[in-house]
Write a protein that binds this ligand. Structure first.
Ligand SMILES: [Fe+2]
Length: 461
């Protein structure tokens, strides 16, 4: 197995003792290798974590290969025996403090200490062999008692002569409002210019298309509607006629809380909604909060809702040639390997039957009914009287939207969406851009999004 090239600082500073290994900013104070070399304990400023020697070797991102692997270095091609650490100390990776590690096969790596710290809660042991608590408490969502809707200024986003760095900060703030587990996932857009009504009705040059493209780079590409075209929900006859197979649209009936694209294999993540004309009472509901209530009040129902597959489908007759779409999924998706909520897939108009064994059906059906009852409680369902010129943007994975009533017509709402991949590409690239020149970008390749965001926070403190 070829050895990686030792980073220069590791060679030149490689004899600092562990006891004297204080880093410049004291972020990581020292590290100890266990006697048989199969783990190291790193003492950070805010606690100590123990890392598996083989995990460190698997996750290294420096050296000639960076984050990539080849036939000789891929995990699946290596011998099953654990590589042992022969030496570890606090040193440097470029200008940054690093935990320098050498293994008994000749490989070595210099882990940026902040990188190691953000990964620690996922993979490392706490003192006394405990596993770090999982971050489920971060994601409780909001009720009406706790909600404070952030406002984003359209004028700020399109301000002339703004420095790129300030614009990046603004963009990251907006993305954080929408996507951070601790954020509401819902923003109000203010300072909007007057709309071009004709364009808005014709699905082109829409204010929310322009806004979402500025933030994310592109919007959802609908195969029949075409690029950069919005969708309208309108009481105007031609629109209402197109949607005649959807009985809840454009009437005074309730449109129950739902996620758009619930019936897509890959639902869109971010959605913008602009009221062009008319007035209505629209609703939003935080899914982490509704699920938390269900979990507290009816644990069996919570388990059933999270684990029972259901069928969701629709036919869209108004696209010339009808579009038939359906998918099978659980209503709730978790971050893999955790009980941390990731995405809701829910649209009562399009939910078909439950796909569960006979003996589980009754509980699974009851779970859906309890879940709907909870999300429509006054504590959980935000109701906003929307008028022409109002715009909201939200995370379609965490916040459901609906409509309780229409106050005045003609009423037209203009919608635009952004796919999950585009949203995450933007969030990652913004964070990586802020770490440029600080930590080598190879270290970000396998870094989960929440850890990448936390790394930006740590480095910019
Ligand atoms: Fe919708």
């Amino acid at each position: 197995m070829p050895a990686t090239i030792l980073p220069e600082p590791f060679v030149t500073n490689g004899h600092k003792s562990v006891a004297n290994g204080h880093s410049a900013n004291d972020f990581a104070l020292s590290c100890n290798t266990c006697t048989n070399g199969n783990k190291i304990t790193v003492h950070f400023q805010d606690g100590e974590f123990t890392f598996h020697s083989q995990w460190l070797h698997d996750s290294r991102c420096d050296g000639p290969l960076g984050a990539a692997r080849n036939a000789a270095t891929a995990i699946s091609t290596q011998p099953p025996e654990t590589l042992r650490i022969t030496h570890a100390e606090i040193g440097k990776n470029g200008a940054r403090d690093a935990v320098e590690v050498a293994w008994d096969n000749g490989d070595s790596s210099a882990f940026p200490v902040e990188w190691l710290r953000v990964m620690a809660p996922i993979v490392a042991l706490l003192p006394h062999g405990e596993t770090a608590p999982k971050p489920s408490d971060m994601n409780k969502g909001w009720t009406l008692h706790t909600l404070d809707i952030p406002e984003v200024s359209y004028k700020d986003i399109f301000a002339d002569n703004i420095q790129q760095e300030r614009m990046n900060d603004l963009m990251l703030t907006i993305l954080d409002h929408l996507l951070l587990p601790t954020s509401p996932g819902l923003v109000r857009v203010v300072d909007l210019p007057p709309p071009n009504v004709e364009d808005e009705l014709n699905h082109v040059n829409n204010l929310n298309t322009i806004l979402l493209k500025k933030i994310f780079g592109s919007v959802f590409m609908h195969p029949a509607r075409g690029a950069d075209k919005s969708f309208n929900v309108s009481s105007r006859a031609v629109e209402a006629e197109k949607r005649k197979e959807l009985p809840n649209y454009d009437t005074n009936q309730v449109l129950l809380p739902h996620a758009d694209h619930a019936f897509y294999e890959q639902p869109i993540q971010v959605q913008g909604w602009y009221i062009l004309e008319g007035e209505s009472e629209n609703t939003w509901v935080s899914m982490p909060a509704a699920l938390e209530t269900l979990k507290e009040e009816a644990p069996d129902s919570y388990h059933a809702l999270c684990n029972t597959p259901l069928a969701l489908g629709r036919v869209s007759a108004f696209y010339g040639q009808s579009v038939f779409q359906m998918t099978v999924d659980t209503a709730v998706s978790m971050v893999p390997g955790t009980d941390v909520f990731k995405r809701i897939r829910w649209h009562p108009n399009f939910i078909g039957s439950l796909l569960c064994p006979y003996n589980e059906y009754k509980e699974a059906r009851l779970a859906q009914q309890k879940f709907l009852e909870i999300m429509r409680r006054p504590t959980h369902q935000l109701k906003v009287h929307l008028k022409a010129g109002d715009m909201f943007v939200w995370d379609n994975f965490r916040v459901l939207h609906g409509r309780e009533r229409v106050f005045s017509t003609p009423r037209t709402g203009v919608g635009q969406t952004v796919s999950e991949q585009v949203v995450h590409d933007k969030w990652r690239s913004l964070c990586i851009g802020m770490l440029a020149g600080v930590i080598d970008e190879q270290w970000f390749v396998h870094l989960p999004m929440q850890q990448l965001r936390e790394l930006v926070r740590l480095v910019r403190k």
